[in-house]
Design a protein around this ligand. Structure first.
Ligand SMILES: [Zn+2]
Length: 491
């Protein structure tokens, strides 16, 4: 037996001004052949699960490519073609099954439905190819995805700490299919709703309740059931919540499961709407708390949703209200990093920090903030994740430097990077458990590494292209009417 195992992952925020050329993948993860195998073998990812399953079966494993980068704007045509070409070329050379670690919310210049187009292409080459797909909880499921693969299973956690299990769930069903033990039948249902990602945390209701119900069903009537929250900022026709079920030769059962869960989500649609507190009130509330670490969640500029990771509104309010002993993780500002490296460790300097990118989709120009401090650390920005999300994966923040103003320590990085793991701070000599405040450019993923050390969590609504106020975005492609853009919609 010969299995092709590959990864192509990107969550596309079509409102993000951060470009997504191939270089973005190269900066984070674009490994070919044996390097793809060794970069992900033993990690908490679907790719690793697929490799383990293939090895257990004694299959020959081909890993043509594993490519992933943090969320950003529409994927450039050349990047999309380059990655999908490598996968398809491996399939053309011949194999018995394909296992793909995809995201599910990739919009490229070639196709709004990046994953659907890839799967369709593979199936056009080998129409009967057994094909298992693991997807992110934020996948926007399309008919094209559903009809061009054998099995779909997705993450059931946000923060995503069960990536490996999602790969196992999808992969095991495909292996059983190859052995003739099951005949997978798949269905999908959705409702016209665009939940806020801040209301998709699986520790909370309503998402946690839906996921728990799906898990119960998965243990009984179905081989796999996944509730996909969807990614609302990928503005294309099919964005939004959906449910996918895989049953053993029972199409009607798969359809019923999906319809029931989708209807439950629809009935609870108002719980999926996030309403933000004014920024000055959040920071004032945080300033009165005594026991740290207190997390200040700068969720409107979240790297892992496509933020520029350089807006300074929350930092400015923290400075205005005089919070002390703050570590900021992280500001993406390659220019500032360059200046700090040039100045050297121990140098004092004044920087126009952040605010380097304009955000035309929300009619905002970048607004840097003047800060004065001492360069404390210069680093290559690399670390291996120790925490529960992406465990074992080597991360690269690009060239990195720490500026200490006395009251605030800024981690300033060259490439964007989500603060989900304590390694972001520890790799540059900051002990996060010892800080009073940790200002994190995150929405939910911070919970993976930082929630266990937090005494308080305060969500701070700053500026950015990942904000929860849908009124600031001009949606053009998503199907209408859809809740809550059209609040009175009936279904
Ligand atoms: Zn996600």
């Amino acid at each position: 037996m010969k299995f092709v195992v590959a990864m192509m992952k990107h969550e596309t925020n079509t409102f993000s001004p951060v470009p997504t050329p191939f270089k973005s993948f190269a900066n984070q993860a674009a490994y070919y052949g044996a390097d793809a195998y060794s970069a992900f073998k033993g990690t908490n990812t679907p790719m690793a699960a697929f490799i383990d399953l293939a090895e257990k079966e004694g299959a020959e494993i081909i890993t043509p490519i594993a490519a992933e980068t943090w969320p950003s704007g529409t994927v450039h045509a050349d990047a999309y073609e380059r990655i999908s070409d490598v996968i398809c070329e491996a399939v053309v050379r011949g194999c018995d099954a394909v296992f793909l670690d995809l995201h599910g919310a990739m919009v490229s210049q070639i196709s709004d439905d990046g994953e659907g187009a890839l799967l369709e292409r593979i199936r056009s080459i080998v129409p009967q190819m057994p094909l298992a797909v693991a997807l992110d909880l934020h996948a926007n499921i399309t008919d094209k995805m559903l009809t061009n693969c054998t099995v779909i299973a997705g993450y059931t956690t946000y923060p995503h700490v069960d990536m490996y299990e999602a790969g196992q769930r999808a992969g095991n069903i495909l292996i059983d299919t190859l052995k003739g033990k099951v005949i997978p039948t798949m269905a999908c249902a959705n409702r016209p709703m665009l939940p806020h990602t801040l209301r998709m945390g699986t520790d909370d209701a309503p998402m946690g309740d839906l996921v728990a119900r799906a898990k119960t069903i998965e243990g009984k009537e179905a081989l796999a059931v996944t509730v996909f929250g969807g990614f609302p900022l990928a503005d294309f026709h099919d964005a939004g919540l959906s449910v996918v079920a895989v049953t053993d030769d029972d199409q009607k059962m798969a359809e019923d499961i999906c319809q029931n869960l989708a209807q439950e989500a629809w009935q609870r649609r108002s719980e999926f709407v996030y309403t933000a507190e004014p920024l000055n009130e959040s920071v004032a509330r945080a300033s009165k708390l005594t026991e740290g670490p207190i997390l200040l969640i700068d969720h409107a500029d979240n790297c892992a949703s496509g933020g520029t990771q350089d807006t300074m509104a929350v930092v400015a309010e923290v400075m205005r209200q005089g919070l002390n002993d703050v570590a900021v993780g992280a500001i993406r500002d390659p220019e500032a990093v360059k200046k700090m490296i040039k100045a050297g460790v121990g140098s004092d300097l004044t920087l126009q920090l952040g605010g380097k990118m304009d955000m035309p989709t929300i009619s905002r120009n970048g607004e840097p903030l003047e800060v004065t401090g001492t360069v404390k650390v210069i680093s290559d920005g690399e670390f291996v994740v120790q925490g529960p999300m992406y465990t074992g994966v080597r991360m690269s923040m690009g060239k990195t430097a720490v500026l200490d103003t006395g009251s605030i320590q800024f981690v300033v990085i060259e490439n964007n990077h989500e603060p989900f793991d304590l390694g972001m701070f520890r790799s540059v000599g900051i002990e996060p458990t010892a800080k009073q405040y940790l200002l994190l450019k995150s929405r939910i993923h911070y919970r993976a590494g930082f929630k266990p050390i937090a005494k308080h969590i305060v969500e701070c609504n700053g500026i950015g292209v990942t904000g929860s106020d849908y009124n600031q975005f001009r949606f053009e492609k998503v199907r209408r009417p859809i809740f809550p853009l059209d609040p009175d919609i009936e279904f």
